[in-house]
Design a protein around this ligand. Structure first.
Ligand code: FE2
Length: 380
């Protein structure tokens, strides 16, 4: 029988590959943001979060190229549809020709959504509900200040509807950043709890991208390399955010973002969106506490990939994740609580595209199994 994989690029590569045009990497590279942005026009809008301080402002002010940008400060928390609409108005008001985000995953998701939707006619909710985006957006530049979400490498943004509590993605190839700057010095002021939770988000994404139904040999190579880098550098950066390992962690997060952008994810991310928005728990922490259960659930369906993941982290995968969670102080925020809105949690988990990419099919009874374990008293 002919081996179709030998002639079919579709078996090796994703159907469509979208990557940033330019990725600059290294300590102090933030200083190159003005020159990179200037290629898209002289007026821009810089979106940043609380981590953006005097040091970063001085670095940009002293950069060789002039930085003629207005500034929009994200108030914090995971981004909402209302905040996207507010930022769209600010972009139009300042007549910005480009949008740059310097911040964590929330800041990057907020800015990339607003950059895409700036000329679109309807409120952001319409596009989250599935309306096609009828106009192109502005060039978008992403500079992460945390290592974990990989948002700087993806074509989707996760937004919360504060009226319904629903947390859903908008996915559009035009959201890919034109320029990504990976500057490990920007992690220097990142609190240990954020490094831990963000790191477990990246680690979960690497495991889920590698075992997803959408995985290809192309994404497999990236996901395994991302996992090696994240697992190998996370604890050192948790202990000291100025450690030399910061660059490896940031690179691992970015590479994992590229992998998931092509391969999609799994049931942890299906559970994480409704659990995170209903219980107001940071995304990375939800991933961290769901991941051990998902590994146990998927173990047989992973097949030989389980062994490859274990080899990448240097010991049995489940033991490695449980050990990391314990050493990084990541404990279940759900343990011992009653399950609120059980039907909503089940329905949204089953409807999620991430759940549909999980290597083992997920039924209603399976979601109940996850909830029973997450909310049980005792060790997770
Ligand atoms: Fe995630």
């Amino acid at each position: 029988m002919p081996d179709a994989s030998r002639n079919s690029t579709a078996r090796v590569l994703p159907d469509l590959m979208i990557l940033p045009e330019r990725v600059l990497s290294g300590p102090g590279k933030l200083a190159e943001l003005p020159a990179e942005a200037h290629r898209f026009g002289s007026r821009g809008l810089l979106v940043h979060g609380r981590a953006f301080g005097d040091r970063e402002a001085a670095l940009l002010a002293n950069a060789p190229a002039r930085f003629a940008a207005s500034v929009f400060r994200h108030r914090g928390g995971e981004p909402t549809l209302d905040q996207v609409d507010e930022l769209r108005a600010a972009i139009r008001e300042t007549q910005a020709e480009w949008v740059a985000a310097v911040g964590g995953g929330s800041v990057i998701d907020l800015a990339k959504a607003a950059a895409l939707l700036v000329r679109a006619a309807q409120p952001a909710q319409a596009y989250q509900d599935g309306a096609p985006v009828e106009s192109d957006g502005l060039p978008f530049l992403a500079v992460p200040t945390t290592a974990g979400t990989g948002s700087e490498a993806t074509i989707n943004t996760v937004l919360t509807n504060t009226r319904t509590g629903a947390k859903k993605s908008i996915r559009d190839p035009r959201m890919m950043a034109r320029v990504v700057i990976l500057d490990p010095q920007l992690l220097a002021t990142c609190p240990p709890a954020v490094i831990a939770a963000s790191g477990l988000d990246a680690l979960t994404q690497a495991v889920e991208a590698y075992t997803s139904r959408g995985a290809t040999p192309f994404s497999d190579g990236l996901a395994l390399q991302g996992l090696r880098l994240v697992a190998g550098h996370l604890e050192a950066v948790y202990r000291d955010a100025q450690a030399a390992e910061t660059g490896g962690l940031l690179a691992g997060s970015f590479i994992t973002g590229v992998a998931l952008s092509f391969a999609r994810l799994g049931v942890v991310h299906g559970l994480a969106h409704p659990l995170g928005s209903l219980y107001h728990v940071p995304h990375g922490l939800v991933c961290a506490v769901c991941l051990p259960h998902a590994i146990a659930f998927n173990r047989d369906a992973m097949g030989a990939k389980y062994d490859a993941l274990s080899a990448a982290v240097g010991l049995d995968l489940l033991d490695a994740v449980a050990g990391l969670n314990a050493r990084l102080g990541l404990r279940s925020p759900f343990a011992g609580q009653a399950v609120r809105s059980r039907e909503t949690l089940i329905a949204e988990t089953l409807a999620s595209g991430s759940t549909k990419s999980n290597p083992r099919p997920v039924t209603r009874a399976d979601v109940e199994w996850f909830l029973d374990r997450l909310f049980a008293l005792g060790p997770t």
